[in-house]
Design a protein around this ligand. Structure first.
Ligand code: A2P
Length: 326
């Protein structure tokens, strides 16, 4: 085992980001469980928490952060890298700012280390700044705003200039979205948070990001276990065999593989023992990295593999299919 879990990498604006972060999306976790998981994560050595407006968990993140810092006075707020994100119904410039203010208030902090667009599209909102849905419960796409995200990005830039966000970035951006944003941004996005795991290596997008100095941050690096699927990354026979040989867990192999590929990885777990285990980074040889990178091919879809995160049920439309057509 190495101490790689506590390593950091530099973003394009000079800010350091711990390579191994802790995801706080608590979809499948009972209220309160995330509080204990965050305390366990900070105790284990994680110094990077990833949250979002959408997770509805930011008060719990803030409470855990405050309690942990109070109990560990040698650490300060500046020692923890905190990310949050703005949801697509808040993509008007004034709403982008409101979203960050709300997240800061809920977390009880006065700046975030990274503030991201959660998705590259905009939807309608209600007067109460909640997502507006049609009679079938579907999100309503705001086509005009979706086709021009620049005003929202300008609001992000002003948040970085004001110091309320040390870094700004995006999530779920494709090569086309990034190309567009990079050509018009005054402050370039420093991060693109995207799905990456052995069944979805996302290689073309990862390569594009790295070539353009945008740090990929891998969400669902274990293959998102709460998704109903016939094949699970953690049950992959090749990875299981490797884990047996190395006397470690498949989850640790997934994490080490991501770190070795040169990006930031943010696994999540509500279970304190697994939270700790995931921070123990194992070493992978070049041959093992290649072997892990090859398992996606066994799914029968070439190098592409299988994307798990596609919130069709939530949005009411398949956003990935929409982009492929547009
Ligand atoms: P749990 O919260 O019960 O630990 P991802 O980060 O890819 O979205 O995956 C998160 C899922 O993976 C959660 O369901 C989590 O369940 C599970 N998980 C996290 N760490 C491990 C591990 N070391 N072994 C097995 N499952 C894990």
């Amino acid at each position: 085992m190495t101490e790689a879990g506590s390593k950091s990498v530099k973003l394009n604006n000079g800010v350091s980001i711990p390579s191994l972060g802790f995801g706080t999306f608590a979809g499948e976790i009972v209220p309160g469980e995330m509080y204990a998981a965050i305390i366990a994560a900070l105790d284990a050595g994680y110094r990077h928490l990833d949250s979002a407006w959408f997770y509805k968990i930011e008060s719990e993140v803030g409470r855990a952060l405050k309690d942990w810092l109070d109990a560990n006075p040698k650490y300060k707020r500046e020692d923890i890298f905190i990310t949050t994100k703005v949801w697509p119904h808040l993509m008007e410039p004034e709403d982008v700012k409101w979203s960050l203010e709300t997240s800061l208030r809920d977390m009880g902090i006065d700046y975030v280390d990274a503030f991201l667009f959660h998705w590259p599209f905009a939807v309608e909102k209600t007067e109460e700044r909640e997502v507006k849905k049609d009679k079938d419960g579907k999100y309503i796409l705001n086509h005009e705003r979706t086709s021009n995200l620049l005003p929202a990005w300008r609001a992000m830039e002003s948040l970085q200039t004001s110091g309320k966000a040390k870094t700004i970035g995006v999530s779920n951006f494709t090569v086309a979205h990034l190309t567009n944003l990079l050509s018009s941004a005054t402050i370039k996005p420093a991060i693109n948070q995207i799905e990456i795991h052995p069944y979805f290596p996302n290689t073309a997008l990862v390569d594009f990001c790295l070539a353009n100095d945008v740090m990929p941050v891998a969400y669902s690096p274990l293959g998102s276990q709460n998704t109903k699927t016939d094949r699970s990354v953690l049950a992959d026979p090749v990875l299981q065999e490797m884990a047996r040989e190395k006397r470690c867990e498949v989850a640790q192999i997934c994490i080490a593989w991501g770190l070795k590929r040169g990006y930031v990885v943010i696994p999540k777990s509500g279970n304190p023992a697994r939270v700790r285990k995931n921070f123990e980074v194992v070493e992978l040889s070049e041959e093992e990295i290649e072997k892990v990178g090859g398992v996606a091919k066994t799914l029968g879809n070439g190098d592409v593999g299988k994307r798990y995160v596609n919130p069709v049920g939530l949005f009411g439309f398949d956003i990935w299919a929409f982009w492929e057509k547009s």
